[in-house]
Design a protein around this ligand. Structure first.
Ligand code: PLP
Length: 437
């Protein structure tokens, strides 16, 4: 495949890389997408693959027709590809889910005991455990002390599972997963890694690190077609009540008795999302092929972004730990004197830049960091150095001179006043209405 494309200067071509968006002062600009951590654009290889498979789209595991057989093969081949991508061990299976949230909820129904979590987690890895013996450990200011606290909690009272984030969706900081896996195992627990933010940026080897379970979302991994993954050890999954009951999850049913299938089918009732699974597998193949180049490319961009923001007076970049050794391309920051929502609206309206603002579904972490809301700039394979420079320039101009336009906030959402940009839905009549979101 082609790496470093001349046309965009990015490492990989993503859908929307040449999208033009309107500016409030008039004219258009190529969209600078800094919201990969929320949902990443599709890789072109992924959209090509979907276009190739669509004519064959048919039922999976349910038909003898040729298209059904092709769809079934694609679905099972996707499962195998994801298993290889994650280096699953022999006793680990890949269950296709809708997303990370779905995958964590699925596993939460299978864990035979307490689960220990940190207070820095995304809500998806915090709330599902609330109903089932959740024990929350408060992260310390250093990774080392945080690991000591986790060990103390796991050893003080038996727990079945330690559920931790691989990379924070707020600060991008990465935890030492191999050490976490060993400490969980030493205390008799298993480990789940929420890799929603880690998997798009780092290659993960379940076998080598000793990770028992991993969850991720296709839409954050350049495959926005509605599939996610729970990969992990088969025994808990084989014995637990199925997450969803219905067709495909059983081997035999009478009116009085149901024989559930083994995992993964046991947890995939209903018609599977074959296109989503194939999209995800294609993204895994592209990322595998890019190898270390992806990490190197993103590291360079992330340093440029972090260093540039740190040089702007009044900008504070957020972090949880003073000693975290690694972080992925996610930077959360605040700008003194400006509400996060207003800055996000300004970046979009005047510079054609998309960032996220708010509390990022991590309210306990934001509270602990002492901010009501922040901005988050996240990057990926389609980000260019020119994008970074545009964001840095826009923030520097804001701090120096303020916005050129007026903005008004209602219910936490800020809009330019007046809003001059056209409506939002391309190709529909609604697209002609004024932009109100
Ligand atoms: N975990 C982390 C670390 C996340 O960043 C997110 C989403 O932003 C999730 C879980 C939930 O992912 P999804 O919305 O795809 O279920």
């Amino acid at each position: 495949m082609t790496a470093v494309l001349d046309r965009t200067g990015a490492l990989a071509l993503v859908s929307g890389s040449d999208l033009r968006v309107p500016l409030v002062q008039g004219g258009t600009r190529t969209y600078a997408n800094f919201d990969y951590a929320a949902s990443a654009p599709a890789l072109v290889q992924v959209t090509d693959r979907i276009a190739e498979l669509l004519p064959y789209y048919a039922s999976v595991h349910r038909g003898a027709g040729y298209a059904s057989r092709v769809s079934t093969q694609c679905y099972e081949a996707a499962r195998a590809t994801v298993g290889r991508f994650l280096h699953c061990a022999d006793d680990q299976v890949v269950v296709f889910t809708r997303n990370t949230t779905d995958a964590v909820n699925l596993l939460a129904g299978c864990v035979p005991g307490d689960t220990v979590v940190l207070d820095i987690e995304h809500h998806a890895n915090l709330l599902p455990w609330q109903r089932r013996g959740r024990r929350v450990v408060h992260a310390a200011d250093t990774v080392e002390e945080t690991l000591r606290r986790l060990t103390a909690e796991l050893c003080a009272k038996p727990a079945a599972l330690l559920a931790v984030t691989g990379a924070s969706n707020v600060t991008g900081e990465v935890l030492p997963l191999d050490r976490l896996a060993s400490l969980a195992h030493q205390c008799g627990a298993r480990i789940l890694v929420d890799a929603a933010q880690l998997a798009p940026h780092r290659r993960i080897d379940l076998c080598a690190t000793g990770i028992d379970y991993l969850v991720l979302s296709g839409h954050k991994l350049y495959a926005p077609f509605g599939a996610g993954v729970l990969a992990g050890r088969r025994d808990w999954l084989d014995t637990a009540e199925p997450y969803l009951s219905g067709g495909g999850a059983v081997t035999d049913v009478t009116v009085t008795n149901t024989v559930w299938a083994a995992a993964p089918q046991r947890h995939e009732a209903g018609s599977p999302n074959v296109l989503g699974a194939a999209a995800l597998a294609t993204a895994c193949e592209v990322l595998t092929e890019l190898g270390d180049r992806a990490e190197e490319y993103e590291r360079a961009l992330t340093h440029r972004l972090r260093d540039g923001l740190a040089d702007i007076p009044g900008v504070r970049c957020l972090r949880v730990w003073t000693d975290s050794a690694d972080s992925v391309g996610i930077v959360a920051f605040t700008v003194d004197g400006f509400e996060a929502g207003r800055v996000a609206a300004y970046l979009s309206a005047e510079y054609g830049i998309g960032v996220r603002d708010g509390r990022f579904c991590a309210h306990p972490l934001l509270a602990r960091l002492g901010v009501d809301a922040a901005l988050r700039a996240s990057i990926g394979l389609g980000t260019t150095h020119a994008d970074i420079d545009r964001l840095l320039e826009a923030v520097a101009v804001l701090v120096d001179r303020g916005p050129r336009w007026d903005y008004a906030g209602t219910g936490g959402r800020w809009d330019p006043v007046p809003e001059t940009r056209p409506g939002l839905i391309p190709g529909t009549a609604a697209g002609n209405a004024p932009c109100t979101i």
